[in-house]
Design a protein around this ligand. Structure first.
Ligand SMILES: NC(=O)c1ccc[n+]([C@@H]2O[C@H](COP(=O)([O-])OP(=O)(O)OC[C@H]3O[C@@H](n4cnc5c(N)ncnc54)[C@H](O)[C@@H]3O)[C@@H](O)[C@H]2O)c1
Length: 431
C-alpha cells in the first residue's frame, strides 16, 4: 500500500487546523508530520491531534527551511501578509503547496509564487474553496453542458453577514489594509475567481469598481456609547454588541467560530471570553476601531464577446456568506441560492431544479464552506499522491489571472476610472 502523503502545517490557526482534519479521517492518505506556529497552544493542539514528533514543532516557518526536506507538502495557512515568503521558499525546497487565499497581497508577489512553483516543478493549490463546493461546481457543469446556451451576463452577490463583517473586518484580522489586505482581495477573490471561471476562458477586457467604508465609522457612534461593549450603557440596542456575538454564544455552549478566534491561547469559556472582551480587540466598540476596509463594493466587468458581469459584496446582510448567483444565457436563465440551482429553459419554457450532494465525512468540521474545504483537501492530497495536477481546480495559472482581475478592480475603485485589463492575457500569466 502506498504511504500517506506527508504534510507540514505552517500556521495552525482556524484554516490550518481545519485542513489537518483530513489526516484524522483518512490516516492512510495523509499524515501531518510537522507544524510551525508562534502560538504554543496551537502547536500543542495539533501535536496532540496528530502525534507529531517534538523535533518537528517549530515556532516559526523559517525553522523548517533549515532542515532537509522531510515531507511531501506544506500547507501555508499564515496571515495574508505572510504568504509570499514561505510559499516561495518552500516551493524552491521542493515542497508541493496548498496556499491559503489570497495568494499574496501584491500582483508581483503572486507572480513570484507562481514562477517559483513552475520553476521548481511543484504543484500549487490555492484555497479558492468555492471551486470545490459541489453546488457551485454543478453550475459550471450546467454551463458547459449548454443548459442556458451562450453565457451573456453574470450577476453574483456575496453577502458577508452583519456580525461576520463586524468580527473579521471591523474588529478582527482583516479590518485594516496595511495589516492584511483590501476587502475585495481578502473576502472576494473567491468570487471574482468564480465569475472568471464561469466566463469560461474568455478574457476580461475592462473593469470598473466603486466601494466605500460605510457605517463603521466614528461619526456613527451612538450618543452615550463607550469604547467597550462590556460597560456600554446602550449596548442592548446595538446590532454589533460583542456581548451578543460572543458572550451569549459561549453561554449557549457555542465554542466554535467566531468565539474560538477570540481566545487564541485557551479553550473559550465564560471567564476567558469575558476577559477577551475586557482587554482584547473583539470587545471594542465597532464605531471606535482602526478599521479602514470597504463594507460594500461593486465590480463590473466586460469580457470578450460582450459577456458582462456584475458583482456586489456587502456587509449588511442577514445571510452569512451564502452567495446568490444568476446567470443569463441565450437559451435560458440559471439561478443559485447556494442550496439549489434552478434553470429556466426558454425553448420548452420549463424550469428544472438541480442539487448536488454536500456531505462531508463525520469529524470534518463545517467552517461555513460546506463540503468545499473537504473536497479541496481531497483534490490536493489525491493530486500529490498520484502526481496528477489535473485534479486541482485552483491551480497557478488560472488563479493568478483571477487575482490580477481583483487587483485591477481595486485600482479602478481607487483611481475612479475604468481599467483596461486586456493585457492580462494567457501568455503573460504563464510567462
Ligand atoms: N479559503 C478561505 O475561504 C479562507 C477563509 C478564512 C481565512 N482564509 C485565509 O487563511 C489564512 C489564515 O487565516 P486563519 O483564519 O486561519 O487565521 P488565524 O489567525 O486563525 O491563523 C493564522 C496562524 O498563523 C500563525 N502564524 C503567524 N506568524 C507565523 C509564522 N511566522 N510562522 C508560522 N505561523 C505563523 C498565527 O499564529 C496563527 O495561528 C489567511 O490568509 C486568511 O485570509 C481563507
Amino acid at each position: 500500500m502506498p504511504s500517506p502523503v506527508s504534510v507540514i502545517v505552517v500556521g495552525a490557526g482556524c484554516r490550518g487546523e481545519t485542513y489537518s482534519q483530513f489526516a484524522r479521517i483518512y490516516p492512510d492518505r495523509m499524515k501531518v508530520v510537522g507544524v510551525a506556529d508562534p502560538r504554543q497552544y496551537a502547536c500543542k493542539k495539533l501535536q496532540e491531534q496528530h502525534n507529531i514528533a517534538e523535533k518537528n514543532i517549530f515556532e516559526d516557518w523559517h525553522g523548517i527551511l533549515e532542515r532537509e526536506k522531510f515531507a511531501d507538502c506544506v500547507l501555508v495557512c499564515t496571515p495574508d501578509r505572510l504568504h509570499k515568503e514561505p510559499a516561495v521558499a518552500f516551493a524552491r525546497q521542493g515542497y508541493h503547496l496548498l496556499l491559503e487565499k489570497p495568494m499574496a497581497t501584491t500582483v508581483e508577489d503572486c507572480t513570484e509564487i507562481v514562477a517559483a512553483c513552475t520553476e521548481s516543478g511543484v504543484m500549487l493549490t490555492v484555497c479558492h474553496v468555492l471551486r470545490y463546493e459541489p453546488i457551485i461546481h454543478k453550475i459550471k457543469e450546467l454551463i458547459d453542458f449548454g443548459a442556458i446556451g451562450d453565457v451573456v451576463h453574470i450577476q453574483h452577490l456575496e453577502p458577508v453577514g452583519w456580525y461576520h463583517f463586524a468580527h473579521s473586518f471591523v474588529r478582527g484580522n482583516w479590518r485594516n489594509e496595511a495589516e492584511s489586505s483590501f476587502a475585495l482581495l481578502a473576502k472576494s477573490c473567491h468570487d471574482i475567481d468564480l465569475i472568471h471561471h464561469w466566463a469560461g476562458g474568455r478574457r476580461c477586457l475592462k473593469v470598473s469598481s466603486f466601494g466605500a467604508l460605510s457605517h463603521f465609522r466614528k461619526e456613527s457612534k451612538p450618543a452615550g456609547a463607550t469604547n467597550r461593549c462590556l460597560d456600554c450603557p446602550v449596548e442592548g440596542d446595538c446590532a454589533y454588541s460583542s456581548k451578543k456575538i460572543y458572550l451569549d454564544g459561549v453561554k449557549q455552549g457555542n465554542v466554535g467560530w467566531p468565539v474560538s478566534v477570540i481566545c487564541p491561547t485557551s479553550l473559550p469559556d465564560i471567564e476567558s471570553v469575558t476577559e477577551a472582551l475586557r482587554t482584547g480587540p473583539y470587545g471594542r466598540c465597532v464605531y471606535d476601531c482602526d478599521n479602514d476596509v470597504c463594507t460594500n463594493q461593486v465590480v463590473n466587468m466586460e469580457f470578450e464577446g460582450g459577456l458582462t458581469a456584475a458583482f456586489s459584496m456587502v456587509a449588511f446582510t442577514e445571510s452569512i456568506c451564502q452567495r446568490k448567483t444568476t446567470i443569463y444565457g441565450s437559451k435560458g436563465e440559471l439561478s443559485c441560492d447556494g442550496h439549489e440551482i434552478r434553470v429556466f429553459d426558454f425553448v420548452n419554457r420549463r424550469m428544472t431544479k438541480h442539487t448536488a450532494p454536500n456531505q462531508t465525512p463525520e469529524g470534518f468540521s463545517m467552517t461555513g464552506h460546506g463540503a468545499a474545504d473537504f473536497k479541496l483537501m481531497e483534490a490536493f492530497i489525491s493530486a500529490v499522491a498520484n502526481n496528477d495536477p489535473s485534479l486541482i481546480r485552483s491551480g497557478p495559472e488560472e488563479t493568478l489571472r483571477s487575482h490580477r482581475l481583483v487587483f485591477e478592480a481595486e485600482r479602478s475603485r481607487r483611481e475612479s476610472r475604468v481599467v483596461d485589463c486586456s493585457a492580462i492575457d494567457h501568455h503573460q500569466v504563464s510567462a
